[in-house]
Design a protein around this ligand. Structure first.
Ligand code: ZN
Length: 321
């Protein structure tokens, strides 16, 4: 059920699966995670169990969590129809995504289906709803490559920029192993005219290059630090130092935190860190390094600003060809 017209925010709002939300009500936010995810690259580890998703949300809620941004894009098993009930029953706000991941995550026929009008698909999912569910996406997820952008990435980002201009939605970017931020910002903000504060760079912790972190923050983008994960164990432990360096340089208002649970085995209900880890040991560790006020800012006011969009503005006509 959508928020009624009377209580719909008139300014910028976060578009959740239950309707548009005053950003001030977002609360403690896991800014990059997944309840549902399916990819040929993660065969046998799909996140597709609704009961497990509900249990994960309940665990996150009891750890003090209030909202989750699911970065699962088009064609990767988002289960949009399940999200409103999960949000209602758990009391956790959920934001869904449109967008497109790297080509390796799709069967060729899935990409073929959307190729002719990708921006139109994104805008439709942000404004009308995903498929026939009526559940609207609240962000656009795209992906770069290892230190560069292939044709698919450039095409996807051009469509994302077009949808961003039409809707105001934020663009969240999967950086492959945390690399390629300069190329992504050159393309999205330099060539395609997206305002830097509408770009959220994900996985930067996987490449603990403090110079690139600072360049991205200086450019005005948001930096979403996520994990932990077994795959990225080699770099995850550098996170407190990376955040300390950014905040000391004056960029505490650019930082977001997420869990990025991508496999069934990583869910807390299956013995992994899952969503609640962010608010238990992870938060505690970061508070020791940075103090509680900053960590609270990373978990509340920063995501409220990053994901809020001015949905109500008259949308320009989307050029689709
Ligand atoms: Zn992710």
């Amino acid at each position: 059920m959508s928020t009624s017209a009377a209580e719909r925010p008139t300014g910028p709002a976060v578009r959740t699966v239950l309707g548009d939300l005053d950003p001030a009500d977002l609360g403690v936010c896991d800014a990059h995670d997944h309840l549902f995810l399916r990819s040929p690259r993660l065969a046998g580890q799909e996140l597709d169990d609704v009961a497990a998703a509900a249990a994960e949300l309940a665990a996150f809620r009891s750890a003090g969590g209030a909202s989750v941004i699911q970065w699962t894009p088009y064609g990767m098993g988002r289960r949009a129809a399940e999200l409103p009930r999960l949000a209602r029953e758990s009391g956790v706000r959920i934001v869904a995504a449109t967008g497109l991941h790297q080509a390796v995550h799709y069967a060729p026929e899935v990409l073929e289906r959307v190729r002719a009008d990708l921006a139109g698909v994104f805008v439709g999912e942000l404004t009308e709803g995903i498929g026939r569910t009526g559940v609207r996406a609240g962000m656009i997820k795209v992906a770069g490559g290892f230190h560069g952008l292939d044709r698919h990435a450039r095409y996807t980002m051009a469509a994302a920029a077009e949808a961003q201009h039409a809707t105001g939605a934020a663009i969240g970017v999967h950086l492959e192993l945390g690399t390629g931020a300069p190329a992504v910002l050159d393309l999205l903000c330099g060539e395609l005219g997206v305002a830097p504060d509408r770009v959220i760079l994900g996985h930067l912790n996987r490449s603990p290059d403090g110079v690139v972190h600072r360049m991205a923050a200086e450019a005005g983008a948001y930096l979403a630090f996520d994990g932990p994960s077994q795959t990225h164990h080699a770099t995850d432990w550098r996170l407190p130092d990376a955040l300390a360096a950014l905040t000391e340089a004056g960029f505490g208002d650019r930082i977001l935190l997420g869990g990025d649970t991508t496999t069934a085995g990583a869910r807390s209900v299956n013995g992994g860190p899952g969503m609640p880890f962010l608010l238990r040991h992870h938060r505690e560790r970061l508070e020791i390094a940075l103090g509680p006020a900053l960590v609270t800012q990373f978990l509340t006011t920063n995501p409220a600003r990053a994901f809020a969009a001015d949905w109500a503005r008259p949308a320009p006509t989307v050029q689709t060809s």
